[in-house]
Ligand binder design. Structure first.
Ligand code: ADE
Length: 425
């Protein structure tokens, strides 16, 4: 599995896949103009000279552009997968062979290999960690305390990771600054909503080829990812039901035109279920028992905990793979339940993750957050920090420019008006 023809250390599936990876990385680059501008500047300014960066991300064509950008900026960067099923093996090969970036990621790696790669990522003795789900940061805090003095900070990509960082802060173990990329407006408005929306449906369709028009789709969770998934499922003609535990979101879903009800009730109607809550066992035994025969269940939340697969396994008399990423569980009752992508992120397991056009902004935030950490080394409190508004605005402006879209500007009279409180009616 490990080729020895290239000088950098790596663990990828097959290094000979590099030409295909290169071709696909180039294709993704067409839709990533903002990150390209940042890369060109980094190549001149070298903000990461002498800085070791460990990135734990889904190893996709888009992540390749982030890794190449960090390297252009002078970073000594290493990349590992943030999920055992999300690696694009050709991309991993190309990063090693064509860019000399050490990558430790193999699609389908078992949990033991995944955790070994996390340790390799920590062995790199990072000054900055780019995390997607906070596994490397959690590893550092838990058992690499001797390395804490090397750390300038971390940046976190996803909602789940931000929740974990907040818990680390509450427990008093976050001794360095963490940049909250997820909550930047140019990240979650687009990546979480439109990226998850499109790629989740893409993964479901690639795995099953089911027609969504006329089906009842149950979306568990109405955060940004749930909103995007519900919106796109409706766009394909599905009747969408939303389940929620937060009253404001439940109200929002209702006024967005979706039916809202508890999962217990939704199981009577659903043909297809998507979990995007960030919490565990959102679909469990009592739900499987009452689902329609042949119901399809999948997850697009970060971890594979949202569907109680252990419980389902115990209820089943037989389990068989009926298509790639598609497993049928025959229940003792005679009904069957279909699970996609082993309950892991279906958009990355069965499809290619979010499209490049949204990852352009997410990874522009990552790159600029790393630069911000370096520029402010030693000045930021150990806490979770928002991405500064000027970075968010700059990314949106660059994206609009690249898309050829022009906006209005305030007149001097309008500037004066919004800055004063004296003129009312
Ligand atoms: N997360 C979701 N989609 C992704 C992609 N295409 N690349 C990296 N991380 C992702």
């Amino acid at each position: 599995m490990t080729a020895t023809t290239t000088p950098v250390k790596h663990e990828v599936k097959d290094i000979s896949l590099a030409p295909l990876g290169k071709q696909r990385i180039d294709w993704a680059g067409r839709e990533m103009p903002v990150l390209h501008l940042i890369r060109d500047r980094f190549a001149k300014e070298k903000p990461f000279a002498g800085i070791r960066i460990t990135a734990c991300c889904h190893v996709t064509t888009e992540t390749a552009h982030l890794a190449i950008t960090l390297k252009a900026g002078g970073a000594d960067a290493v990349l590992i997968a943030s999920n055992p099923l999300s690696t694009q093996d050709d991309v991993a090969a190309s990063l090693v062979a064509d860019h000399g970036i050490p990558v430790f990621a193999i699609k389908g790696e078992d949990n033991e290999t995944y955790h070994r790669h996390v340790e390799i990522a920590l062995d790199h003795k990072p000054n900055i960690i780019i995390d997607d789900g906070s596994d490397v940061t959690a590893g550092l805090v838990q058992h690499r305390k001797d390395q804490l003095s090397d750390i300038i900070g971390t940046t976190e990509e996803t909602t789940t990771g931000i929740v974990r960082l907040a818990a680390m802060f509450k427990d008093g173990v976050l001794s360095f600054p963490a940049m909250n990329v997820n909550d930047a407006e140019t990240k979650h408005f687009f990546d979480n909503r439109y990226g998850t929306g499109q790629s989740t449906l893409d993964g479901i369709i690639r795995a099953t080829n089911v027609l969504l028009a006329g089906k009842t789709v149950v979306v568990a969770g109405y955060g940004w990812c749930g909103k995007g998934t519900a919106l796109r499922a409706r766009g394909l003609g599905a009747n969408v039901i939303v389940t929620e535990i937060n009253p404001v979101r439940a109200l929002e879903a209702t006024m967005d035109g979706f039916r809202v009800m508890p999962m217990e009730e939704a199981v009577r109607y659903g043909d297809l279920y998507v979990t995007v809550t960030g919490n565990k066992h959102v679909i469990r035994r009592e739900h499987f028992e009452n689902m329609k025969d042949g119901a399809i269940v999948c997850n697009s939340g970060h971890f594979d905990i949202e569907i109680d697969l252990k419980g389902l396994g115990e209820m089943a008399s037989e389990k068989r793979t009926v298509r790639p990423f598609t497993e049928q569980y025959k229940l003792q009752s005679g009904k069957s339940v279909i699970v996609l992508g082993e309950g892991r992120l279906i958009n990355l397991a069965a499809a290619e993750g979010h499209p490049s056009a949204v990852m352009d902004m997410s990874f522009a935030n990552q790159a600029l957050a790393c630069e911000y950490l370096v520029k402010n080394k030693g000045k930021l409190e150990p806490a979770v920090h928002s991405i500064p508004e000027d970075i968010d605005q700059e990314i949106a402006s660059l994206k609009l420019k690249a898309m050829g879209i022009h906006m209005d500007a305030l007149t001097p009279e309008q500037v004066k008006y919004i800055n004063s409180w004296t003129s009312g009616t």
